[in-house]
Design a protein around this ligand. Structure first.
Ligand SMILES: NC(=O)c1ccc[n+]([C@@H]2O[C@H](COP(=O)([O-])OP(=O)(O)OC[C@H]3O[C@@H](n4cnc5c(N)ncnc54)[C@H](OP(=O)(O)O)[C@@H]3O)[C@@H](O)[C@H]2O)c1
Length: 306
């Protein structure tokens, strides 16, 4: 299948391009910069220059493809963040998704895959969450735009486009900016654990996130209109993960600080984000996409980080 991939030069996209090419698909990667187009060419993909916010360009650039995979993000890589730091990412989720869905509908594509996030469930206090769980009603500003984004994808399915929505857990990987920041902070003993650290985080190694996208392309038949949780098998308490990471880099167990102190140091939203408890269930993706994470837990995947 010939696929038009946005975010093809990002941490997930690069792996998706490689995975699709290995399965004999054709990968057409979008990038705004000449440097990143060279990166795509080196991966063996066809690079096309353009910007997601140019609707007409998205239609023409994807016209000869059979499907679109929307993986572009603009997530701030900082421990402190404010609402304005997320505005570009919000636009990619809303205006960007609109442009790409219109392109796929206009061009009569067979498939559209959307990157979404498990954070859309909000803080559900660690109870197991399948895709049938309700969307959270007190979502952080960093997640709110994923609600209209998913709605647009669902609407496009009713208009005849076969869509697959992938809700990813929290990415980690050796080349992921947030992971590098976390490892660096642990090495410098500047990464505290907020509260008791017992809240669970549903993680996903970026290699496994990419293999799920490739499996969604391969097993697209019969899965149009569906949403899948793409996360590890055994979400662990955040404190346990940080202790394990510290052990791997030969540092002491990170200190525990109260929530009010984290809120004072980082801002209330990042502190809330850090203590969100998510325990997502990936059974549906295993069953219908025939996907299996190579790293079933953070403990397994953390070995790739150091
Ligand atoms: N679920 C999660 O936890 C999750 C999900 C996504 C990302 N993240 C994290 O966020 C951090 C940043 O991710 P990353 O390294 O992939 O980001 P990145 O290097 O900034 O890549 C973002 C991708 O989006 C594309 N893009 C952005 N705006 C675009 C536009 N207007 N038009 C066309 N393409 C556009 C970029 O293309 P060009 O720059 O080549 O044009 C690039 O391919 C990492 O730490 C990652 O782990 C986490």
């Amino acid at each position: 299948m010939k696929l038009f991939i946005t975010g093809a030069t990002g941490v997930l996209g690069r792996r998706v391009v490689a995975g699709l090419l290995a399965q004999n698909h054709e990968a057409v990667g979008l990038s705004r910069s000449a440097k990143n187009q060279e990166l795509l060419a080196n991966l063996g993909a066809e690079a096309r220059q353009g910007d997601i916010f140019d609707a007409a360009q998205m239609k023409s650039l994807s016209a000869d493809c059979e499907g679109i995979i929307h993986l572009a993000t603009a997530i701030p890589v900082e421990s402190k963040f404010r609402k304005r730091d997320w505005l570009l990412n919000d636009r990619l989720r809303t205006e960007g998704t609109r442009n790409l869905l219109d392109a796929a509908l206009t061009n009569g594509h067979q498939l559209y895959i959307q990157e979404s996030v498990c954070f859309i469930y909000g803080d559900q206090q660690g109870r197991p969450l399948t895709e049938a769980a309700a969307i959270g009603n007190d979502l952080l500003f960093s997640v709110q735009s994923s609600v209209p984004m998913e709605q647009m994808v669902a609407d496009a399915h009713t208009q005849g486009l076969s869509t697959i929505n992938l809700r990813f857990g929290n990415f980690y990987g050796p080349d992921a900016g947030h992971t590098q920041m976390m490892v660096d902070m642990i090495k410098k003993r500047k990464m505290p654990v907020t509260g008791d650290g017992q809240y669970k985080w549903s993680m996903i190694h970026v290699d496994d996130a990419a293999s799920a996208v490739v499996q969604a392309v391969t097993h697209r038949a019969g899965n149009g209109g569906k949403t899948f949780n793409i996360c590890e098998d055994e979400p662990a308490p955040f404190g346990e993960m940080m202790d394990h990471l510290a052990e791997l880099v030969g540092k002491k167990r990170p200190m525990r600080i109260p929530f009010w102190l984290a809120a004072l140091a980082l801002g209330r939203a990042p502190a809330r984000f850090l203590t969100t408890s998510l325990n997502c269930v990936n059974d549906l993706a295993k069953e219908r996409l025939h996907w299996q994470p190579a790293y079933p837990s953070f403990r397994e995947g953390a070995k790739t980080l150091v």
